[in-house]
Every structure is written in structure tokens, then in C-alpha cells.
Design a protein around this ligand. Sequence first.
Ligand code: FE2
Length: 273
Amino acid sequence: MPDPFTHLEDFSEDIIAKAQDGLRMTNRELADRAGIELSTVKALKNGSIDEEALIRVASALQLHGERLITSARKSWLPETIECPHLTTFTSEFRSMTVNAYLLTCPDHRGVLFDTGVDAQPIFQHLEENEIELEALVLTHGHLDHVAVMEPILKAWQKIPVFAHPSENIDSAQPLHWGESFEAGPFRLRSLSTPGHTPGGTSFFVEDQSPPIAIVGDALFAGSVGGCAGDYDHALQSIRENILTLPPETILCPGHGPTTTVAEEKQHNPFFPN
Ligand SMILES: [Fe+2]
């Protein structure tokens, strides 16, 4: 049986590196601020579990210490929540996996969020379940999230594509943050979550129970997407626009497992307060 923890996108070593990049702190500076040896910093970044050092490093990087230890121990996974109208397509891209999500309603109409890198399972699912695809909604324009846009739009020629203008997606209808809009049978609210990319957008699906938000690479279960260029703003956007959603909201990230607002408020080291 595969180790379930391999499904999390990031562990303590990635989290330390992302926080360092965001705060522009070298290993030497981190060692000095944390009051530990440079070799200890390097060991932590190779996944070593030294609780005292992790607490010191977390404090220097404005992370939650106990949660960073939990991440190093690989002892947390978000609970799996069944959501019958939400299908995840996970495809392999280089050394990682990427998620696309299909949301459907009982009358077989659907909206696809991002594409991943493999169109075949998406086509197969649409065909087998007789689902009419009515819109493609993009969280951001990185290759792994839009790689098979072309075959999808060839097969479903008339569907609208929605993306933030800063993502430079040809033929996309420009959307603006904070607005509600119709995508097929769903009403979506676009949430400002830049940082990973300038126009990075999350989508809250209105009138769903439990509530659902597609968050792209803004937030991962127990981590965040790379956002070194705009770190403070990225964390602030997540705090204000994602973590303020109802606690039971299912969060669907671009990489790794789904999680919830409540789980992230309790376990994500990047949001200590
Ligand atoms: Fe990305």
C-alpha cells in the first residue's frame, strides 16, 4: 500500500525553504537568528527531526513551531471528505502530481477547474457520465494547470474560459477579483489570491453544501504555493480571502489532497495566529 503521506505536497523541509525564500533569509542568517548551527539548518532542510531546532527555526521564520514539528514527523493528513459532485483528476507532471477538478450538478452539467496535464481521463469521465461541459475556469496560467487546454477546447468549442487578465490566457474572459459570475450552472466568486502568480485566483462556489473553494497553488494542505516574490501579500490574501470562508469549506488545491478551512487554521504552519 502506498504511504499516504507521500500525497501531501510539502513537508517541513519545503516549508522552511519557502518561508526563507519569502523572507529572503539565507541559511546563515536563519542559523544566526535561530541561534543554531548552520549544519543544523541544513539538516532540517533535509528532513531531520530536531524538535528544539525546529521550534527555533519556526520562530525565526514566523511559522507555527508545533505544526512545523508535526509536518517534519509526517503525522498529519487532512481528513478525506466525500463530495459526490466534485471529481478530482490527478495527473503526473515531472516529479510531482497536479490536480484538475470537475464540479457537476444533478442535471449532468459541469465546470472544469484547471486542466492538469492529461485530458484523457477527463474526456472519459465526461463521456461515461454524459456530462455537458459548460465552462473552463483557470486558477493561474502555469503550464501544469493549463497543459491540455487545447484538446479540451477543441472538443468543447463553445465553452467560455475564465482567468484573471494578468495570467495572459488567450481567449479567456477577463474576471476581476471579488466579483460573482456565472460559470455554466454555478455561481462563482473570484477571490484574490496572488503571489504564486500575479493573477492567481481562487474560486468560491456559491450555494454548495458543504461549501467548496478551488484554490489553485495559493494554498496546499499544510503549506502554501511558492510565493517568494510577494510573500507577505500572498499570506495576507490567503488569510483574508480563504481562511475567512466557512470552516467546513472544502479547499481544492492544485497539488496534494483536499483540505478544509478548519483543518488549515488548525494545522498550517504559515498561519500561526
Ligand atoms: Fe503553479
